[in-house]
Ligand binder design. Structure first.
Ligand code: B12
Length: 424
């Protein structure tokens, strides 16, 4: 009882209003700007259409129904085909398939009208979740990760499909046994996604192995999110705060518009921290106090249709003023390391730095893979860091882990970048 009171008190403190220094107009214009940026990015046609962007556009208060419908059509062709190809190749598609299903649901699309190899999308997702469950039973971790496992449960639950109690139990167990990690640190994003998935099961009154265990896991998640709040209001970092706020709202906390976490997201938006559309897609719903659980109740009727794109602003090409020295150190699995030094124009992305190194024929090579967040560094100097081996190339600058990937991280000052083949 005392513990419950304490946890309620902490959540209240986290979400409490403090004097609000922004006006409602300021908040609304920031939300509108992010909404337009997201709509703009949904039109980019050089990469696969992103279901996370579609979900955020649909969860928004303002819409451009014609453009959203065009985006949905691209998901139903391009993303659909991509998932079909991966499935045919025996790959796991849990996360992408779950996001695709949530995107279809967000547009109130009949899920049964679409099939992959003559079977419904939901049947495929259920089968993939069974595979994941079996893998967890065998090796204590999913084939993908608990973030995708949670997305899978959420997509089934939001679509009104009963989630097997064996499947949900594995997530509850992982929450209770501290297995929710990003590399070797706690994963706020994953706790948030797990919170929304388990809250959905609770609200749907889906039979679980043990109701008390489910409530305990939800309380643990709330506590982890609360404990992850920094003094500047972020829960985790800039890129997990949106999901964390969504989860707290979904789990019944009253996150006020003037709370420090909302203020932190507004401040990030003003600074332009959310230039990656994926980051906007996870934050915009939270700024409007909407969560992925709202998808369950979407009716798609009498919607606003007032969102219009501004004419494209002239792109200003800023000549770089100076060059900065950068050292790049690569540490392979066998412990051997190589270092490279070069000068790059200030403001270059890490991707540009690595490309320059590779082109300079200094013995450095790399390969990347596409993902919803952009290019993921997969191979360096001929060595692959594979998800199947639970390894990845960890990126840091002067000993501090990067919170962005190689395309988004910009080099503004002299520094040492470390690229280390790391197990997790
Ligand atoms: C799981 C995960 C990982 C795993 C992925 C492997 C696995 N076990 O599946 C590991 C631990 C390897 C990882 C590594 C990194 N991650 Co990570 N990761 C996630 C997490 C929790 C879920 C991703 C997911 O499965 N999405 C669902 C599927 C459907 O989407 P997907 O795009 O197909 O998923 C793939 C990509 O997301 C990719 N991926 C994972 N992390 C990152 C990071 C970047 C920058 C890119 C381009 C791709 C990428 O791996 C996924 C599985 O194949 C997200 C949280 C979130 N909010 O999205 C963070 C997240 C995407 N990661 C993040 C970061 C910063 C990193 C690292 C750069 C950390 C570092 N300092 O080295 C590295 C990537 C370095 C590199 N080699 O390029 C940030 C990105 C923020 C941003 N603005 O770019 C996030 C949002 C977490 C956070 N809040 O800080 N990650």
């Amino acid at each position: 009882m005392k513990l419950i009171f304490l946890s309620v008190a902490i959540v209240a403190a986290l979400t409490a209003a403090k004097p609000c220094d922004n006006t409602e107009t300021d908040h609304n214009s920031l939300v509108l700007k992010l909404n337009k940026n997201l709509l703009q990015s949904s039109e980019e046609s050089d990469s696969l259409p992103n279901p996370s962007i579609h979900i955020a556009l649909r969860l928004s208060n303002q819409h451009n129904l014609a453009k959203e419908s065009q985006h949905l059509n691209r998901l139903k062709t391009k993303l659909h085909d991509d998932i079909q190809t991966s499935l045919a190749g025996g790959q796991m598609v849990v996360g992408r398939l779950a996001l695709y299903i949530l995107a279809l649901r967000s547009s109130c699309h009949d899920l049964n009208s679409l099939t992959l190899s003559d079977e419904s999308l939901l049947t495929h997702l259920k089968r993939q979740m069974e595979k994941e469950k079996e893998h967890i039973a065998f090796s204590h971790r999913p084939l993908t990760n608990y973030y995708q496992y949670s997305l899978g449960i959420l997509a089934l639950c939001v679509s009104g499909v009963r989630v097997s109690s064996h499947v949900s139990h594995k997530l509850i167990h992982a929450v209770e046994h501290g297995q929710i990690k990003h590399g070797d640190s706690l994963s706020v994003d994953t706790y948030a996604m797990a919170g929304m998935a388990l809250q959905c099961l609770k609200e749907a009154e889906t039979p679980v192995k043990d109701n008390e265990e489910l409530s305990k896991a939800l309380a643990t998640i709330k506590q982890k999110l609360v404990d992850s709040q920094r003094s500047d209001g972020h829960i985790g970092n800039e890129f997990s705060t949106g999901l964390a706020v969504q989860a707290l709202l979904a789990m019944g906390s009253d996150v006020q518009e003037c709370s420090t976490s909302m203020e932190a997201m507004r401040s990030d938006a003003r600074k332009g921290s959310y230039h990656n559309p994926m980051a906007v897609s996870q934050t915009l719903p939270a700024l409007q106090k909407h969560t992925y659980l709202h998808l369950k109740r979407m009716e798609c009727r009498n919607e606003d249709d007032s969102l219009v794109l501004d004419s494209a602003p002239a792109v200003e090409v800023l000549a770089s003023l100076s060059n900065v020295p950068v050292e790049v150190e690569v540490q392979k699995t066998d412990g051997s390391s190589s270092a490279y030094r070069l000068e790059v124009p200030s403001g270059s992305s890490l991707l540009e730095v690595l490309t320059l190194l590779q082109n300079n024929k200094m013995g450095f090579t790399f390969e990347k893979e596409d993902s919803l967040w952009g290019p993921f560094l997969s191979q360096v100097n001929g060595e692959q860091a594979r998800q199947t081996d639970r390894r990845y190339w960890h990126l840091s600058s002067d000993g501090k882990a990067l919170s962005q990937g190689m395309k988004d991280y910009k080099i503004e000052a002299a520094q040492k970048i470390s690229i280390k083949n790391t197990g997790y």
